[in-house]
Write a protein that binds this ligand. Structure first.
Ligand code: F6R
Length: 608
């Protein structure tokens, strides 16, 4: 996750850009940089490390331009260094970027084949060269950006300035956030409203797929199909920015929509995306090869992340996994062998039962690896090694982005375990890492079904009971779907392994019972489809979440469906979380429930 800024000012903007970057430094500080137009010419200053290094550089070599873009970097592609620092530029355009360009490798090869020389290891630089190529073909900057955007896959936000164009700033958003700010004859662009707080409290947010052309007198917005659109201006409260809902009604909605970005950020922490390998940001105080059994303990949604990971560790690393909810784990007195590994998973890092499980395992002589979102938490402090989820603060009581970030970390760890144990080859590692790199973009695509899901939720809100079904890694997701729905809408819901249906719950099926089937095209797809037919034969109200044509393939004509993007199956649970969360969110909203603070619940459960 990086921070980006752009300013069309009335005087020199370098110090304003730096002010704004200070507010974004929480997003990354591997390097920082700025580009302005000096006498019409693109000029850059960049420095490795924290923003103060860039400030020192600017003190020695000041910039006077009245237009500028700035960047603070969280390295994804290429090590932290000055040559990988943004902005990246050609003689025609400079660009700052937050997020991941998934297809950068093929674009880079294509551009190199056309004679382009690359100056960095980043995915970002392909964007500068693509825009330049279009401009050399005769397109105006605006059209060149529109053409280049069509070549890019992934979840990202971008800001551009152009050689000789003193009154033009272009931004684009797909998956990662971007806001623009309105000033007195000045205009601003930033990763969040916090970055723009020193200059203005009048903000408009780009919607997903939007791009924006800005001059000092205003902004014109375009949607992903290049149609001009209106995005409302709104007033924000500067002091409340860090816990601001953006243009969402609830924190939960904001956090659901942040997922492409925070998953990307989390994955970037655990993967070397340029090399296509897992690269853990810490040394392990144990050897995965020597571990005979992995025990996992957690509560609620975090437990369901662990249950999903069981499938990955067992399949990819052939490592047996024992998992239990922490309130049982801590009292079962199960024998745990010294030298083996216990993993605890917790957003808050303070959950009493999870902490007690950690202490029990430690007393048994086990090593403790924790997956937590709060680095200063008790669980983090008491662990041998901490794998952070970089989800940022989660305010909504129902966990959303923390869950998908937990899954992302666990997926990377399972691949690392597979490599260490020799159960996956270098080629398989590359393929799995590439699957993971596509996840943020696929989540962004899945979130586009929001409007359809809102419609479906209106129907669902009338139900008294709801059944969720799934097989393989979709089984824990069925449990998570039911948990999410019941905790915020108070509708009774149950999750079942689809194969268990005929061992009891099938008795519940009648016309008034909605049955939600999670069916990615994975190893178990055909079998799940058979279970769907069993439900249809008994008149259940089916909602199928799966690839295009799933209802048709199952031979069912009266089922509703949420169509998910095509994807490789291994990590589908991360992508399929998006519709599950939106369904619960909209159902609760339609019912007028307190989505962010549901009754009887608390964000951090420090009692047993
Ligand atoms: C459900 C939810 C809870 C938490 C559980 C564990 O949406 O948020 O089930 O997952 O209370 O909390 P942490 O992860 O903080 O240990």
């Amino acid at each position: 996750m990086c921070g980006i800024v752009g300013i069309l000012g009335n005087g020199p903007v370098a110090s304003q850009v730096v002010d704004s970057l200070k507010r974004l430094e929480y997003r990354g500080y591997d390097s920082a940089g700025i580009a302005t137009l000096e006498g019409g010419h693109l000029t850059r200053r960049r420095a490795e490390g924290k923003l103060r290094n860039l400030q020192a550089r600017l003190a020695e070599e000041p910039l006077q331009g009245h237009i500028g873009i700035g960047h603070t970097r969280w390295a994804t592609h290429g090590r932290p260094s000055e040559y990988n620092a943004h902005p990246h530029a050609t003689d025609r355009v400079a660009v700052v970027h937050n997020g991941i360009i998934e297809n950068f490798r093929s674009l880079r090869e294509e551009l190199m084949g056309q004679g382009v020389n690359f100056q960095s290891d980043t995915d970002t630089e392909v964007v500068a060269h693509l825009v330049t190529r279009e401009m050399r073909r005769g397109l105006a900057p605006r059209d060149a950006v529109a053409a280049a955007l069509k070549c890019l896959h992934g979840a990202f936000a971008l800001g551009f300035i152009f050689e000789g164009e003193e009154n033009l700033l272009i931004g684009a958003r797909r998956g990662a956030p971007l806001a623009i700010g309105y000033g007195e004859g000045e205009m601003y662009l930033g990763s969040d409203a916090l970055a723009l707080a020193p200059f203005t409290d009048t903000i408009a947010y780009l919607e997903d797929g939007d791009w924006v052309v800005m001059t000092r007198t205003g902004a014109t917005f375009y949607d992903e199909n290049d149609r001009e659109v209106v995005r409302q201006r709104q007033k924000t409260q500067a002091g409340a920015f860090l816990v601001d809902k953006g243009n969402h009604r609830h924190f939960m909605a904001k956090e659901i929509h942040e997922q492409p970005e925070v998953i990307g950020r989390t994955l970037a922490h655990y993967l070397d995306m340029s090399a296509g390998k897992v690269s853990l940001p810490f040394d392990l105080p144990f050897d995965f090869k020597a571990i005979r059994k992995l025990s996992i303990s957690a509560c609620g949604t975090a437990f369901l992340a662990g249950l999903t990971a069981k499938y990955w560790f067992e399949r990819l690393a052939r490592l047996p996994v024992e998992i239990d909810v922490a309130s049982e784990f801590r009292y079962r007195e199960m024998p745990l062998d010294a030298g083996d590994l216990t993993m605890v998973i917790s957003q808050s890092g303070e959950t009493a039962d999870t902490l007690a499980s950690l202490r029990y395992a430690k007393d048994c002589g086990q090593k403790i690896l924790s997956v937590v979102n709060v680095p200063t938490s008790t669980i983090a402090r008491e662990s041998d090694v901490v794998a952070l989820t970089l989800a940022g603060p989660e305010i909504g009581v129902a966990s959303t982005k923390a869950f998908t970030c937990q899954l992302s970390v666990l997926a990377a760890l399972a691949i690392a375990a597979g490599v260490a144990r020799g159960t996956i080859s270098a080629e398989q590692e590359q393929a799995l890492v590439s699957e993971l790199m596509h996840v943020p973009g696929l989540v962004a695509e899945a979130l586009k079904h929001e409007h359809d899901i809102e419609g479906i939720a209106k129907e669902l809100s009338k139900a008294k009971d709801v059944l969720y079904l799934g097989r393989g890694t979709s089984y824990p997701l069925a449990l998570e779907g039911a948990l999410k729905l019941k905790e915020i809408s108070y509708i009774h819901a149950e999750g079942y392994a689809a194969g268990e249906l005929k061992h009891g719950p099938i008795a519940l099926i009648e016309e008034t019972l909605p049955v939600i089937v999670i069916a990615p095209r994975d190893h178990w797809f055909e079998k799940t489809v058979s279970n769907v037919q069993e439900v249809a034969a008994r008149g259940g109200q089916l909602l199928m979440i799966g690839p295009a044509g799933i209802a048709h393939e199952a031979g069912i004509h009266n089922a509703q469906s949420i169509v998910m993007p095509d994807m490789a199956p291994t990590f589908s649970a991360i992508v399929y979380s998006a519709p599950i969360q939106l369904l619960a969110y909209y159902t609760a909203m339609v019912m007028g429930k307190d989505v962010d603070q549901p009754r009887n619940l608390a964000k951090s459960v420090t009692v047993e």
